[in-house]
Design a protein around this ligand. Structure first.
Ligand SMILES: Cc1ncc(COP(=O)(O)O)c(C=O)c1O
Length: 383
């Protein structure tokens, strides 16, 4: 038995003993709240803090989603089989597919991790140098295979020619986030389509479209038609971004049923879902009023950030998402993050070795205003 295993086993046993002890002292159900201190729980950002460090939509959930969730929690005693099927049918219908092409999970992270595990059992995952690799890291961590990255590009774009050339016999999956995170950049739809058609003959291609709805032309940017046409392409989508349901955890994958069958072997199926999340997703899916409102507000926030970046003599990558990747020049992004945090503005620090790049997400307009106000002060302070 390995050392770390022994260590964790000891902790686990200690925990069991404790839990058993606590179990003996458990009060009766009727008296269980007596004498207990009510804990202050925060479900979102603390008051006075501009939370711009995760790509959440602060305008969500939509009023229709809140109403639907309120009803759904009353049926929380029941597993989600029937409601989950309704959501799969709705998604399938929009794309002219059958529900067998849709797999739901707790956020798209669920299905993305399962797919990465399935891929890692066959070979490596190929991605650009910088992309949202969280689920592929999770999916490969117990595998001898891993993530292979392309060389950096000067403008941080995804070099599709280099990517095609890098597909090898041991490549099990090619992963592209479009738009990409943390860069916010979009690959041209025509070029990506041509790439997917070619590359999918050599390897499965995953296109993570978490931010698709925020792009200038969501339909043109989507690779779902390639799935429909039978190519070895997989698309991931989520209710966490424009739908404003990050905390309700619903995402999905669109792929050939045979692919989803393999992915399903690594997942929990509908056991990973919950009634409130499904209800919110169903109610939001066609809520165009809410979706349009959110997009307008997110773009407004984006423009405020872009103006501040320019006013402070900095530049940023063009973005079609709810975040912006700002080039701080000589300044270290971690130092900038820490100093902004002191002003109650939460943003991201360094990604990999991109030491001068700083990601900021769009939040409510007052929160973005806090970023705009703090930026010159902090830049001065760090100069
Ligand atoms: C590109 C991309 N894909 C997927 C996700 C996962 O989100 P979720 O699991 O909430 O659907 C994120 C979250 O930041 C993301 O940026």
């Amino acid at each position: 038995m390995g050392k770390s295993m022994q260590f964790s086993r000891r902790n686990f046993l200690a925990g069991t003993a404790l839990a058993t002890g606590a179990g003996l002292a458990l009060p009766t159900l009727a008296g269980s709240t007596a004498g207990m201190q009510a804990k202050a729980v925060e479900y979102g950002p603390a008051p006075g803090v501009a939370k711009l460090n995760a790509n959440e939509n602060p305008y969500g959930p939509s009023p229709l989603a809140i109403e639907a969730m309120t009803e759904a929690v009353k049926k929380g005693a029941y597993y989600v089989n029937s409601s989950a099927m309704t959501l799969r049918e709705m998604i399938a219908e929009r794309h002219g597919l059958s529900p067998e092409y849709i797999a739901l999970s707790s956020g798209s992270s669920g299905v993305l991790t399962n797919l990465a595990m399935a891929a890692a059992s066959e070979g490596n995952i190929l991605g650009p140098d910088l992309f949202w690799d969280t689920t592929s890291k999770m999916g490969t961590r117990n595998s001898p295979n891993g993530i292979k990255r392309l060389a950096k590009t000067v403008d941080l774009s995804i070099d599709l020619d280099a990517m095609y050339a890098a597909i090898e016999d041991d490549t099990a999956m090619v992963q592209i986030c479009n738009p990409n995170n943390p860069t916010g950049s979009v690959v041209s739809a025509t070029q990506l389509k041509a790439f997917c058609l070619k590359a999918s003959q050599k390897s499965m291609v995953l296109v993570d479209e978490a931010y698709n709805e925020l792009t200038d032309d969501p339909e043109a940017n989507s690779m779902v038609p390639l799935v429909k046409a039978g190519h070895n392409v997989v698309v991931a989508r989520t209710f966490s971004k424009i739908y404003g349901l990050a905390g309700m955890r619903v995402g999905y994958m669109i792929a050939k049923p045979e692919t989803l069958e393999i992915v399903g072997r690594y997942g929990m199926g509908s056991y990973g879902l919950n009634q409130a999340g499904i209800a919110a997703a169903i109610a939001s899916y066609n809520d165009m009023t809410f979706l349009k409102y959110s997009k307008v507000k997110i773009i407004e926030a984006r423009e405020m950030i872009a103006a501040a970046v320019k006013a402070n003599g900095l530049t940023a990558l063009p973005t079609q998402t709810s975040f912006m990747f700002v080039d701080l020049g000589k300044l270290n992004a971690e130092k900038f993050r820490a100093a902004m945090a002191e002003q109650n503005v939460l943003i991201r620090g360094i990604y990999q070795d991109y030491t001068n790049w700083s990601r900021v997400s769009t939040g409510t307009l007052p929160d973005v205003q806090m970023y705009v106000d703090a930026m010159p002060k902090v830049l001065d302070q760090l100069a």
